[in-house]
Design a binder for this molecule. Structure first.
Ligand code: DAH
Length: 339
């Protein structure tokens, strides 16, 4: 039995010494010290040993066991250390290496212009509301006093979804939706995307943005409209900006006007920017037509109001002196990051 133990011991030592992985080390533990292991088998054979010899043999078995365990433990520690060393040398971090730059995006000129317009009107007590881009023919045309077969319908080449539903050609339908809710007075602007079946060129796009404005209250007059838009123009284009109202026609306002501002490049003297006229057109406006008020459930005898509508892209192009609308949609970073 003694020989057997010596034999086991030297076999284990030999195996452990040539060990190069932690899993194999565990295999060795199982093979010798496990339930069916060789040393365990020797222990089971103790019953055949004579009682006088038993204590000495028992001690020997224990010593062998302890020796193997110590050896396994030492080797495990050695292998683990080697593994850690290897990992550290592989995963070296070069702290002198330049960091990757985190490129943050940039606000679009449309967004910057819209926020400026919103701030001006919110400062005057207006609410910012939104309406659907896919709209009923009723809201886009009919409720705005543009009946079936009205020539104004031809001016706006429309994307129809079906007979009754279309992509809105203007933000004016939001006026109707707000008036219908019946909460008066109203002081709101409605920015949003609109659609027209136009060819793309430097000043046209089938999808662009408008900002609508609407004020309804008792005793609102054309003077309120003029004062509001004059103040707006000063805040947007500079204190010296003057406004000019030219008579125009819109079906949903009466009287109607188009508004020009003095060219903020030349101050009105005439330059390349304003095509020599000294004036730049920025929006359409007027007093809300009594028929439009009535259709939305507002009594035109008691209430009156004004409305206006402007193109957001036009404002952005003017403010940031961009000469081609297409640049606003290409989203070329080299262009966008200039604003
Ligand atoms: N919706 C008009 C257009 O697209 C712009 C407009 C003109 C809106 C006059 C208005 C307005 O509210 O009163 O050409």
């Amino acid at each position: 039995m003694k020989e057997k133990l010596e034999q086991i011991k030297s076999a284990v030592i030999h195996e452990i010494e040539s060990m190069d992985s932690l899993t194999k080390l565990n295999d060795v533990r199982v093979a010798y010290l496990g339930k069916k292991g060789e040393l365990t088998a020797v222990l089971k054979g103790m019953k055949d040993v004579s009682p006088e010899e038993r204590p000495a043999v028992g001690q020997l078995v224990n010593e062998t066991r302890e020796h193997i365990e110590r050896l396994l433990e030492q080797t495990r520690a050695k292998l683990e250390a080697a593994q850690r060393e290897l990992k550290l040398s592989r995963e070296v971090i070069d702290v002198t290496f330049p960091a990757k730059k985190n490129r943050v995006g940039h606000r679009h000129p449309n967004t910057i212009a819209l926020e400026e317009v919103e701030n001006i009107f919110v400062g005057m007590g207006y609410e910012v509301v939104e309406g659907p881009e896919v709209e009923y023919d009723y809201y886009n045309f009919e409720a705005l006093n543009i009946p079936e077969n009205h020539p104004a319908k031809d001016e706006q080449d429309t994307f129809y979804i079906n007979d009754k539903i279309l992509l809105r050609t203007q933000t004016s339908p939001v006026q109707v939706r707000v008036m219908e809710q019946g909460k008066l007075p109203i002081r709101m602007i409605a920015p949003g995307r609109v659609f027209r079946s136009d060819e793309v060129d430097a000043t046209h796009s089938p999808s662009f943005h408008q900002i609508e404005g609407l004020v309804i209250d008792k005793n609102i007059t054309f003077a309120d409209l003029k004062g509001t838009l004059a103040q707006f123009a000063k805040e947007l284009f500079g204190e010296d900006t003057k406004v000019k109202f030219r008579p125009h026609h819109f079906p949903f306002t009466e009287p109607s006007a188009e508004v020009d501002v003095t060219c903020f490049k030349c101050g009105g003297k005439g330059c390349r920017f304003c095509k020599g006229s000294g004036w730049i057109e920025i929006l359409g406006c007027g007093m809300v037509h009594p028929r439009v008020l009535k259709m939305s459930g507002i009594d035109p005898e008691e209430y009156s109001g004004f409305a206006f509508g402007m193109g957001l892209e036009r404002i952005a192009l003017l403010k940031y002196e961009i000469d081609d609308m297409r640049l606003l949609y290409e989203n070329d970073d080299r262009f966008l990051s200039q604003f």
